[in-house]
Write a protein that binds this ligand. Structure first.
Ligand code: ADP
Ligand code: MG
Length: 398
């Protein structure tokens, strides 16, 4: 597998899969173009080589099969024109009509076209080979830069790569994601600390289990730690808890003990009497939440202890907020932890932050650029850290 860095794509017709699944408002205005901006280094490199580019992307979850105005990539095509300061050829006609096929044939050096939503084809999400073949026929090499979709074995993210056994590459964004994630998995400098939080244990079982074998310290925060606190016999009031995961929590703690992983559960909590910014609040020991109250954030004693662990770590993985950071009253724990991780990075630690909400939190705090690495892929990063082979990565590497 070669890096696109080492290849000159002059005169080539490149099929490029990107993640342009951007958030939009009710009028289809793009509200955050980060994902598009992150694909620009690859696009610019190809254009400066003198390639032509056929871009494939998905947008939302169309269900009907065929064109749906609600899910067209037209607004994305318009925005891309601004970002790359050149025209982007676009048609809402689908493959099979001959229109996009002709557009691809006519594409000249330095020209860019965007296919409309690849999920208008029902075969896409089934990994249909015929669709992959149709796509492959339009270009002469394949680059995958859609890390956010790398956990899917879809026609345009994985299956298409089969048609280019000697001409398939990661784009810069993918290459960066993969090389950073590999740092966590292969001989990370120690101590290695995972900070795992968020609302549900059930969504983090895979990452908890896989990380037990890799880390020295495990900090368990967020709503999900109340399942652990309850499993230890604590009183958690109305705090979020998955009663069917109490045994699992006990089992995870037993396995961490056996493996010598030091796990840390916050000792105090910021509790509220309702799930709202104007709730009455108090700070109580974690296992002593009164009835009628709900724990919404970790408390100051816990923050101090977590700071010590983080500052003594050489490698840090953070996924999952410490509290209900969307409500400013309960954002302090998450903000503190973000600051500690940034401090550790300044001291030379390597810290990776991932997960939709966690990334939103560090961005909201304006310190994303102080982290060694912030992943663009929520689900994809989680699955990678669960130890799974991601089809989009495998398809390029094999
Ligand atoms: P990520 O998207 O980074 O993987 P998750 O989706 O697992 O993170 O979790 C994020 C959610 O967890 C946030 O919406 C946050 O409000 C919620 N959360 C964190 N702490 C608590 C808590 N103590 N009680 C209820 N929800 C919480
Ligand atoms: Mg989330």
């Amino acid at each position: 597998m070669k890096s696109i860095r080492d290849v000159n794509f002059k005169g080539r017709k490149v099929l490029l899969r990107v993640d342009f699944n951007v958030p939009t408002d009710d009028n289809k205005n793009i509200t955050d173009d980060t994902r598009m901006v992150e694909a620009l280094p690859t696009i610019k490199k190809l254009l400066s080589d003198g390639a032509s580019i056929i871009i494939m992307a998905h947008f939302g979850r169309p269900k009907k099969g065929g064109f749906e105005p609600e899910f067209t990539l037209q607004p994305v095509a318009k925005h891309l024109e601004k970002l790359i300061a050149r025209p982007v050829k676009f048609t809402q006609e689908l493959l099979g009509t001959g229109v996009p096929e002709q557009m691809a044939r006519d594409l000249k050096e330095g020209e860019v076209m965007l296919l409309d939503n690849i999920r208008f084809y029902p075969e896409e999400t089934k990994g249909g080979e015929e669709l992959a073949r149709q796509l492959a026929a339009m270009g002469d090499c394949y680059i995958n830069d859609a890390f956010g979709a790398a956990h899917r074995e879809h026609s345009s993210t994985a299956v298409i790569a089969r048609f280019f056994p000697n001409d398939k590459y990661f784009g810069f964004l993918m290459e960066n994601e993969v090389s950073n994630l590999e740092k966590l998995m292969h001989n990370p400098p120690r101590p290695f600390t995972a900070i795992i939080g968020g609302s549900k244990v059930s969504s983090k079982i895979g990452i908890l289990e896989n990380m037990i074998d890799k880390v020295d310290n495990m900090i368990i925060i967020g709503g999900m730690r109340y399942t652990f606190t309850k499993a230890l016999g604590g009183k958690i009031g109305n705090s979020i808890c998955e009663d069917d995961k109490l045994d699992l929590a006990r089992d995870l703690m037993r396995r961490m003990d056996e493996k010598g992983v030091k796990y840390y559960l916050p000792v105090d909590s910021v509790i509220g009497d309702k799930f709202s910014n104007d709730a009455n609040t108090q700070i109580v020991p974690s296992g002593a939440v009164p009835d009628g109250w709900e724990s919404m954030d970790c408390g100051p004693e816990s923050c101090k202890a977590i700071r010590d662990i983080i500052m003594n770590s050489k490698t840090i993985l953070w996924n999952g907020p410490a509290g209900v950071f969307e409500l400013s009253t309960f954002a302090k724990g998450t903000r503190e932890i973000a600051t500690y991780v940034a401090e550790a990075c300044k001291q030379g630690a390597f810290a990776a932050v991932g997960g939709g909400d966690s990334v939103a939190a560090v961005k909201q705090m304006g310190i994303a650029d102080q982290m060694s690495y912030v992943s663009t892929g929520g689900g994809a990063m989680l699955e990678y850290l669960e130890g799974k082979d991601l089809p989009g990565i495998k398809a390029i590497k094999d």
